[in-house]
Design a protein around this ligand. Structure first.
Ligand code: IYR
Length: 222
């Protein structure tokens, strides 16, 4: 049966925040300055994170815009030590292959300043791992659109929310990631997108001395 595209659809009043330019500018600067303090952390302390803070950050992530508002994401929060061990074992198998065989010399050279290797202790030391899945069409479910774009935006919100709550994160993409769906018992229409360890850095944690491109290199004014 054809869809009736002329059917009225419900609306609500659009939100207006009425901040004024001064307050708007103050908030823009505050947000940019705070995000600039975020660093990817690889040395996590085992100190636990209150689950409600993580769940609130997932709530923030799930406000992201998505294609046709289908919200094609799933956030699996893993704190069970046995599951974290399994995830670490699965990731290290793939990563060993990556560093030994799959990565090109060019790719390995690009990673050298980050000091990464196949050993992924953060997968067991971080108190929580958020495994983010893309949700593709399942039986009886609506077809999602722009899944990767939508999930990418949601993960951006998630990282910003966790950082804003003072928590450290890492975006980890063991490749291929299929083992995550198997370990976590996710259905076939869910595909791993990224794995985000969450917690606090160890007291001794250090990060690479790298910076961000200046604004004028990334911003084009026309
Ligand atoms: N997935 C590997 C390799 C890796 C790739 C990129 I691109 C990075 O920015 C960092 C690491 C790993 O996790 O070590």
């Amino acid at each position: 049966m054809p869809v009736d595209l002329s059917a009225p659809y419900p609306t609500v009043a659009a939100p207006h925040f009425g901040l004024g330019h001064e307050e708007s500018r103050r908030r823009a600067v505050e947000f940019a300055d705070r995000l600039a303090l975020r660093r990817t952390i690889r040395d996590f302390s085992p100190e636990p994170v209150p689950m409600d803070i993580i769940e609130t950050a997932v709530r923030a992530a799930a406000t992201a815009p998505s294609g046709a508002n289908i919200q094609p994401w799933r956030f699996v929060v893993v704190t069970d030590p046995a599951l974290k061990e399994q995830i670490r074992a699965g990731a290290e198998i793939e990563e060993r292959e990556f560093y030994r065989r799959r990565a090109s010399e060019e790719w390995l050279a690009a990673l050298a300043p980050l000091g990464t290797d196949h050993d992924k202790p953060f997968l067991t030391t971080a108190p929580a791992l958020i495994v983010v899945f893309e949700v593709h069409k399942g039986a009886g479910e609506p077809r999602p659109y722009y899944v990767k774009e939508s999930v990418g935006i949601a993960v951006g919100f998630l990282l910003a929310a966790l950082h804003s709550a003072g928590l450290a994160t890492l975006t980890h993409t063991p490749s291929p990631m299929r083992f995550l769906g198997e370990i976590l018992g996710r259905p076939a229409n869910e595909r791993p997108y990224v794995l985000v360890p969450v917690g606090y850095p160890t007291a001794e944690a250090r990060v690479p001395d790298i910076g961000r491109k200046p604004l004028d290199e990334v911003l084009v004014r026309k």
